[in-house]
Design a protein around this ligand. Structure first.
Ligand code: SF4
Length: 508
């Protein structure tokens, strides 16, 4: 007779210790709808819902009413937790500004939720920001006179105060917004609602994305601005164009022609991690869905890092398209070897240690039926610290994988981000400290290989020169003060990362 223990089948479950997650974390989503005779608060609700992956700490909507009042509701939590129909009905009007937040500057608390709503001599305005300023301390010093009025610890409020100061100093909205933008250094995609309509603006490099489109016919002048195109799709809005890097667009009520102009000319440097991992796969960048781009990355990865194996699996969700591409080129069958609990959410967006610990423990579960007895290629989009990957490899082996070959669909992350993505300090980035062989040994894989930077560029095709790739090569497009650099670049200038050459492709 079998004893009770041996008869009991225990499926391996991925358990991650209570520490920072093994992924960079996205900043925010911004959204705006200007459409007379439409329930703009409801439309903004759906838009923010589509952008939920960009920030899960807080959500807010400010609405400009026909009675010249601005009504706002914002709170901690997911969009579906912050708003219900009763709340949305208390937000009537023609122009809505919305925001989902993940904190990169300022802690996770309701006073830091956006939009930021301020008054001026020309009336109120509401501002929502995605990105991160690298001169926030300097700007705070410049705005010292307003220090007693600051209600948050965010750089977004500083941008709003710069706009307010410019308007109250005598400038019109357009000039005030340009002047305020000129005082900011860093990444900022902004939507700003004013009594004279909606403004959308990106920093000179366009580090964070921002697109616009319209509802109905363009002559109806019903405009929508969103961090990603998935925010247009969800309400049936047509895509018109990106807000270009360094561009400011003024959408006026009833005017079918937005006023577009540059406030600064700089080379485009969209965050390449938006392409690889952050943005939703159904969002379109450069006229193509990110799903297609990520499949192509997997194809390049397969050509660069071949290995003999029985099955290719992806780490859900963002590793799946690259795994499909890897499978197509290698001829190794693709399979679903990891099941994600879709009701846990993107746990790595949660900012506190305790929240992460609670969230990630139930996120991924390997399928022994698919993995047992197989040589497995597992594709993930990135490794930051290596903690999650190490647990993942152990779980795959527990599920019966005979070999585990890890392939990463981005180059090694050796440098922290200062532009709105919450990455660790450099000394915590595993690829900044260890060689490829050391990382492979730490993870317990049979082989490990990363996409090369050249491969990443190849997959980007015609747009290869238009990306910030600083977390892979340290080529920061926006200069930072030494104090800012020192806050995260803890291995520089000693150049430990440079002194530790990471071969991009390991021999299996
Ligand atoms: S440093 Fe990395 S994460 Fe930050 S904007 Fe540049 S590519 Fe994106």
């Amino acid at each position: 007779m079998q004893n009770a223990t041996s008869a009991c089948f225990v499926r391996p479950v991925l358990v991650v210790p209570p520490e920072r997650p093994d992924k960079p974390e996205e900043a925010c989503g911004v959204y705006a709808v200007m459409a007379a005779d439409q329930p703009v608060a409801n439309l903004a609700y759906f838009g923010l819902y589509a952008l939920q992956h960009r920030g899960q700490e807080s959500a807010g909507i400010a609405v400009f009413g026909e009675d010249d009042q601005v009504r706002m509701h914002k709170d901690m939590g997911l969009v579906s937790q912050v708003f219900d129909q009763e709340v949305l009905e208390r937000l009537p009007g023609f122009l809505a500004i919305g925001h989902n937040r993940y904190s990169t500057t300022g802690s996770s608390k309701v006073c830091n939720a956006q939009p930021v709503l301020l008054n001026t001599r020309l009336g109120p305005f509401a501002l929502a920001h995605n990105g991160n300023l690298v001169n926030a301390a300097e700007l705070r010093h410049e705005l010292a006179d307003l220090a007693s009025e600051l209600t948050s610890t965010t750089d977004s409020e500083l941008i709003a105060f710069a706009v307010q100061q410019a308007v109250n100093g005598g400038l019109a909205w357009d000039a005030a917004i340009r002047q305020a933008a000129g005082r900011c250094r860093g990444a900022f995609s902004l939507v700003i609602g004013t009594p004279e309509g909606l403004f959308a603006l990106r920093d000179g490099h366009g580090i964070r994305p921002l697109v616009f489109g319209h509802l109905g016919d363009t002559h109806q002048a019903q405009w929508v601005v969103s961090s990603e195109t998935c925010g247009l799709d969800i309400i049936g809005a047509s895509f018109d164009d990106d807000v270009q890097p360094g561009e400011v667009i003024h959408f006026r009520q009833g005017d079918p022609t937005p006023q577009r102009s540059r406030w600064i000319e700089e080379p485009a440097k969209l965050c390449v991690f938006e392409m690889i991992y952050f943005a939703r796969p159904d969002s379109r960048f450069f006229g193509e869905s990110l799903y297609s781009y990520r499949v192509r990355i997997g194809e390049v990865l397969a050509r660069e890092t071949p290995v003999a194996a029985d099955i290719v699996i992806g780490v859900p969700d963002s590793g799946i398209p690259a795994a499909i591409g890897y499978s197509q080129v290698s001829g190794i069958p693709f399979g679903d070897g990891l099941i994600k609990n879709r009701y846990v959410g993107r746990t790595f967006i949660q900012p506190t240690q305790a929240m992460r610990e609670a969230g990630i423990r139930v996120k991924l579960n390997p399928l022994p039926d698919v993995l047992a007895g197989k040589r497995v290629v597992v594709i993930d989009d990135s490794i930051v610290r290596g903690t999650t990957s190490r647990k993942l490899v152990a779980a795959l082996r527990d599920a019966g994988a005979t070999e585990v070959h890890m392939r990463i669909s981005s180059p090694p992350v050796t440098h922290p981000c200062f532009y709105g993505i919450d990455t660790d300090t450099q000394d915590q980035l595993i690829a900044a400290r260890l060689t490829l062989e050391e990382i492979a040994a730490h993870l317990g894989v049979d082989s490990l290989a990363y996409l090369t930077k050249e491969g990443m560029v190849e997959a980007a095709q015609a747009h290869s020169g238009h990306f910030c790739t600083a977390c892979f090569d340290g080529a920061y497009p926006i200069e930072m003060d030494e104090a800012v650099r020192a806050s995260k670049l803890r291995l520089e200038p000693a150049g430990l990362a440079a002194a530790r050459p990471l071969a991009a492709a390991a021999a299996p």
